[in-house]
Design a protein around this ligand. Structure first.
Ligand SMILES: C[S@@+](CC[C@H](N)C(=O)[O-])C[C@H]1O[C@@H](n2cnc3c(N)ncnc32)[C@H](O)[C@@H]1O
Length: 265
């Protein structure tokens, strides 16, 4: 079936709609990606073209189809212990924590990031006299959150998990996906949260991971989110971005600690 038509004017309107709803900034370079990702939704809803599909989204921004469209448009690439040196940094932040540990994975995708955080936290708990630890893991995409909550992964995805951590934290059976053990799962609360909305949590967090999420946002949105993250960190707490990300505009309360890591002053 040929792709439905997308005029320049409708593409611009669509970019505005997505930006307002999520902060994600689409541009001409993303046009073919938008077409390939939304075409199945247009077909599923039997809309004749992009314009009428967009009319439908705009008519009711809280409709399930808006969620489906945003699920389709988000990029969810992730892996266990992605950028391992950042997890070493987390260890040093936890070492300075007192009796309560709180970490937020903002834009957690399919769960590999919060489960990696949970392994580091579990190791910390068993070495120190701390029992109160929680990890919050949030995302805009309801589809990835379902996968994250299931905690089932193909065995090959554990390649980046240090061998010593596999048996304690994953159940494996031949021919079946590996499953996260309850001891890890129980540390994490998964939930829907659009970063471009109001946030219910109060913090303070020891660390906030927001990696490979803000790359899709404008500079102004990144700066605003950085200030909001900074307010939720304890002094000495860390805002951890993706390895290639930086903050052109950063609040005075954040100090550059390492490439892509900022410490709350
Ligand atoms: C590329 S993944 C990054 C996953 C993980 N943080 C990592 O670095 O491996 C980006 C995630 O950000 C989420 N995301 C994009 N815009 C968002 C928003 N406005 N609010 C919350 N999550 C968002 C996407 O759904 C996606 O799962």
């Amino acid at each position: 079936m040929p792709s439905p038509l997308l005029s320049d004017a409708t593409f611009r309107r669509l970019c505005q709609f997505v930006h307002q709803a999520t902060g994600i900034s689409l541009n001409e370079g993303k046009r073919s990606l938008v077409i390939s990702r939304l075409t199945p939704r247009i077909q599923a809803t039997r809309c004749p073209d992009f314009e009428s599909y967009l009319d439908r989204l705009e008519r009711d921004p809280s409709a399930p189809e808006v969620t489906a469209a945003l699920n389709a448009l988000t990029t969810n690439k992730t892996s266990f212990f992605r950028h391992p040196e950042q997890f070493e940094y987390l260890r040093s932040v936890l070492a300075a924590s007192e009796s309560r540990i709180r970490v937020w994975s903002a834009g957690c995708s399919t769960g590999e990031e919060p489960y990696s955080i949970a392994m580091v936290v579990r190791q910390h708990l068993s070495a120190h006299n701390v029992t109160d630890a929680r990890i919050l893991a949030t995302d805009l995409s309801t589809e990835v959150l379902e996968i994250a909550k299931r905690g089932e992964y193909p065995e090959s995805s554990l390649d980046d998990v240090p061998a010593a951590l596999r048996r304690p934290y994953f159940d494996a059976a031949p021919g079946r996906p590996v499953t996260v053990k309850p001891s890890l799962r129980s540390l994490i609360s998964f939930g829907y949260l659009n970063l471009n909305s109001t946030w219910p949590m109060r913090g303070p967090f020891d660390a906030i991971f927001c990696r490979n999420v803000m790359i899709y946002f404008t500079e102004a949105t990144r700066a605003e989110l950085a200030s909001r993250f900074a307010r939720l960190l304890r002094p000495g707490g860390a805002l951890i971005l993706g390895l290639t990300e930086s903050l052109t505009t950063r609040p005075e309360t954040l100090r550059h600690a390492m490439p892509s890591i900022f410490e709350r002053i």
